[in-house]
Design a protein around this ligand. Structure first.
Ligand SMILES: O=C(O)CCC(=O)C(=O)O
Ligand SMILES: [Mn+2]
Length: 206
């Protein structure tokens, strides 16, 4: 008899089939949230999340992040990235609902979420990996998108192979396996006129 986990799935298996790539796996589910729920979450998160304009020191100059950010989760897990340390706010009702909905797909219980708000095409996140030491080995990242469609690019650090995914309103992207150790990702600026976009990356901080 197959062992069922706390989500009722066969142990270690997701309900969605992952796509295997060189040194990693991902699951992409467009329309994971209905249009109605996605519109609702976009409005509520935009208005209720405590968005910050963070900056970091680069060569002795304070440089503003080209996006707004926020950090929520179990409130005992501070998190450092890009030279700053954030202490989380506690889960809101909507963030908990979204987390509950994606956990069976990721087969993981997340304890925090980093939110990004891209106000227009000038906002972006440049090449990086989500491989901070607090995330441990082979981190599972659950990325949820509301609002404008933006291009998400993956680039293998050795072969330089590129994969591009248009992340749409209500979509879910799970990155897993060795992916964070071998692939960088980014959301580049765009000259096209785009509306606001919210991205939520759910993580497990050890
Ligand atoms: O906005 C996205 O799709 C990616 C965000 C991201 O990579 C991050 O917050 O680490
Ligand atoms: Mn990232």
């Amino acid at each position: 008899m197959a062992q069922l986990d706390i989500f009722g799935n066969v142990e270690g298996e997701s309900l969605f089939n992952p796509v295997s790539i060189l040194n990693g796996q991902y699951i992409y589910a467009p329309n994971f949230f209905t249009k109605l729920d996605s519109d609702k979450y976009f409005q509520i998160l935009k208005n209720d999340i405590r968005w910050n304009q963070e900056s970091m020191n680069m060569y002795g100059k304070q440089v503003m992040f080209p996006r707004l950010t926020a950090w929520y989760g179990d409130n005992d897990k501070p998190y450092s990235f890009s030279g700053i340390t954030l202490s989380p706010h506690f889960w809101t009702k909507e963030l908990s609902q979204i987390k509950d909905k994606i956990e069976p797909i990721a087969n993981t219980q997340f304890n925090s979420v980093l939110l990004n708000r891209y106000r227009d095409g000038n906002d972006s996140i440049s090449w990086h990996t989500d491989a901070e030491k607090e995330l441990g080995i082979n981190p599972i990242i659950g990325s949820v998108n509301f609002g404008a469609t933006r291009k998400f690019q993956l680039r293998h650090i050795i072969t330089k192979e590129k994969i591009e995914i248009e992340l749409t309103h209500g979509s879910l992207l799970i990155m897993q396996g060795e992916l964070q150790h071998f692939w960088q990702h980014q959301v580049p600026k765009t000259a096209q006129k785009v509306n606001e976009r919210l991205n939520l990356t759910f993580r497990v901080i050890k």
